[in-house]
Design a protein around this ligand. Sequence first.
Ligand code: RAM
Length: 334
Amino acid sequence: MKKIALVLIVAVLACSMTFAQGAQEAAGAKDSFELVMLVKSQGNGFFDACYNGAKEAQAELGNVTVEYMGPAQTTAEGQIEIIEGLISRGVDGIAISANDADALIPVCKKAMAAGIKVISFDSGINAGGRIVDLIPSNTSLIGQQQVQLASELIGDAGQIAVLSASAQATNQNAWIEAMKVEMKNHPKMELVEVVYGDDAPDKSYRETNALLQKYPNLKCIVCPTTVGLLACSQAVKDAGAKVEVTGLGLPSEMKGYILDGTCKQMALWNPIDLGYTSTYILEALLTGKATGADGTSFSCGRMGTVNVETNGIAVMGTPFVFNKDNIEQYAAIF
Ligand code: RAM
């Protein structure tokens, strides 16, 4: 009799514990969360720095773990496959730098319907496919600055070309559109072509050589991608071409080319801060500290308050400009 009573008590206890845990989860009161930073592709130093920021946030927050993932190439298909796997695994949140603004929407909708919090950062997913899109700086400002950096190098006159990342990249495409607007203020400059290196060093190197051959009067190549700028600088230097190079570059990768004058100036924001802020945003969404609705804000540790403007877009700071005077200082950080 005693034995039966004991079994009953244990069974009741086990049931109530399971129930309590279920109720807690249903109320969104989990106390630790599995996050994934899904980047455009593997082997990109810019994203490695973003992930360092995510790990910094993980250490501060204490209730999240962030895993770093990316396809081998910068394709939407590769990212979709990974997201399908993450839905099956049942992770809690995903921060995505998207290879395509629209192609990822259906799979991200599916993830959100399964209870996963999805945000984009760096390279956005259009509204409907994410809660918030965290962009590093104002898009027009980045485009203007890219043209102005080139203009200063070539005396505001002559042919320029753009070596971009992939043809579908949300961020580069938006910046290139903003560059075209700014080109109207530089009537003696001409944008001859936009080519795509897919954020692959070898393709970016080949595309640079093709530009050098095709346009003998080319004055400057603008690369709004860290992978492209590095490969382009190498190609221009190897070819001994008298062509200026500028764009968005990672100081730690570009230090040598800045110091030897291949790329006299370039811009970028802090990728560590971008990854750090993304992690704070996901944690706030998961714990219910914030909703991400337009007009609201997130409190992001040492980055302070980040506001959500319209269509779920949140914007960080102003890009830095790097040249031989400050490159060593920044190269030591990212
Ligand atoms: C590359 C990636 C990334 C972009 C930077 C500037 O690393 O394309 O998305 O933000 O360049």
